[in-house]
Design a protein around this ligand. Structure first.
Ligand code: FAD
Length: 428
């Protein structure tokens, strides 16, 4: 029998909204839709479906928000990962879809915060920052793209001095400020949405590990001690599941990524770092990202385990990167450090589609899961009601697959990360 794991010991877990510990499933039940996984994808889908009147059962192996959704940087960034590749493969219809959905997830989150009174420190304002002239040129091109699509009021180009009014460091040559990007306490967002889902009738079981999906006219989802028979199933286990290997394994490399959070900063120090409270990520492939929390800690993340092995001293490894950007923090204490697994498809395009006619899956949004997990929830809810959505667009995408990924995934990841680090270093 699997034991449910509690949340990773993070700043988020330490400041989480109290949530009831739900029972494990120990009987055979039925529902319109059964969902595997209680992160943004699973919970947002459950809420979207319940709001449309469907009966929904959600099965989570650990706790709601235990996976990437409850440990991430909290940056709610517009757009999708792998956009260039998707457009290369699917042309104008992909481009239209991507621009139409750019901020859809953030819109859903904002509406839910309002409707269900979810307290998750949500604040608008984000920026991508350039470390060199080449990255700045790419941001200028991105700005031109926004302008071409009538969104030039949403974003703002900032050269070095203009950026320093928002991000007080000499580390960057400029940036692109995104007024519809945002940041939040992601664990409290997913906890709040799970409570809203329950109010709408969703049955949530925690500590319930799904072992198998039996396909057929009515899919049956098996767990250690019970099963759910439904009209549709949604697989939302992201980088943490090993289900449907024949269809899904080998497309996504699970990378370890880490975050530290400082002690709460004085108002004066806040003004010396991020006076306009933006969420910031740099434009490297292997990027650093940071923001202030609701109680004014600096939360600083980066991907630094290139071999896919756990690092022993997260604080020791991340703090120098943070102080390189903000030497102002040389005496500031780090209170929390933690890591999580992020699902990165080899071509960066999220893996979204159907395993069979009535079993959907979505995983691998890379660093865009807050926005995209919510978009996908709507897409699944609409697709189940027979509407045209982007599911077919993603399902038709060609992905790279690593044969025998379970055995050689780690070394492949190390190789891949070294390649991207080399690109960052060479500025290509
Ligand atoms: C450290 C870190 C920083 C990140 N920063 C950002 C950021 O700033 N902004 C952003 O947009 N994205 C960020 N991401 C990515 C983002 O968090 C993810 O894309 C997103 O949370 C994925 O949501 P999900 O619901 O698909 O998966 P998850 O949140 O990973 O949830 C999957 C759930 O499925 C459950 N599960 C798995 N297998 C089973 C099974 N067999 N039975 C039952 N349950 C199962 C797991 O326990 C888990 O709770 C970050 C990720 C990490 C790790």
């Amino acid at each position: 029998m699997q034991i449910r794991q509690q949340h990773a010991p993070s700043y988020y877990a330490a400041s989480a909204t109290p949530a009831p510990e739900r029972p494990a499933l120990d009987e055979d039940i039925e529902a319109d839709i059964v969902i595997v996984g209680g992160g943004f994808t699973g919970v947002a889908s459950a809420l979207s479906l319940a709001e449309r009147g469907h009966s929904v059962v959600l099965l989570e192996a650990n706790r709601i928000g235990w996976g990437a959704s409850g440990r991430n940087g909290g940056q709610c960034l517009g757009g999708w990962s792998g956009e260039g590749e998707l457009v290369k493969q699917a042309g104008p219809k992909a481009e239209e879809f991507l621009w139409n959905t750019r901020y859809l997830g953030n819109d859903i989150v904002e509406a839910r915060i309002q409707k269900y009174d979810i307290k998750c420190d949500y604040v608008r304002g984000a920026a991508t920052v350039a470390l060199n002239a080449r990255q700045m040129k790419a941001l200028e091109e991105e700005y031109a793209d926004y302008a071409e699509h009538g969104l030039d009021e949403v974003v703002e180009l900032a050269d070095g001095p203009a950026l320093r009014k928002h991000v007080v460091t000499d580390a960057y040559v400029g940036g692109l400020i995104d007024h519809r990007g945002a940041h939040c306490h992601p664990l409290n967002l997913v906890i709040g949405e799970a409570a809203a889902a329950e109010k709408n009738g969703v049955k949530i079981f925690e500590g319930t590990h799904v072992t198998k999906i039996e396909h057929g006219p009515a899919p049956v989802v098996h767990t250690d001690r019970g099963k759910v028979t439904a009209k549709y199933a949604i697989l939302a286990g992201n980088a943490y599941h090993a289900l449907e290997k024949q269809k899904l394994s080998g497309y996504m490399l699970p990378a370890k990524t880490y975050i530290i959070a400082t002690e709460p900063l004085s108002d004066a120090l806040v003004q010396e770092l991020l006076p306009t409270n933006l969420a910031v990520c740099d434009a490297n492939w292997v990027l650093d990202y940071f923001r202030l929390t609701g109680d004014k800690r600096l939360l600083f993340g980066g991907r630094c385990s290139y071999s896919n092995r756990d690092i022993d001293d997260i604080e020791g490894s991340m703090t120098p990167s943070m102080r390189r950007v903000f030497p102002q923090l040389k005496k500031t204490r780090v209170d929390f450090s933690w890591g999580g697994v992020i699902g990165i498809p080899l071509n960066r395009v999220p893996l979204i589609g159907k395993v069979s006619d009535n079993v959907f899956y979505a995983q691998g949004y890379a660093g865009h899961g807050v926005n995209c997990g919510h978009i996908v929830g709507e897409m699944f809810a609409d697709a189940i009601r027979g509407k045209e959505t982007g599911v077919d667009l993603f399902d038709a995408t060609k992905h790279f697959r690593v044969p025998a990924a379970d055995a050689i995934g780690g070394p492949m990841l190390a190789l891949g990360m070294s390649w991207y680090r080399m690109r960052d270093a060479l500025g290509i």
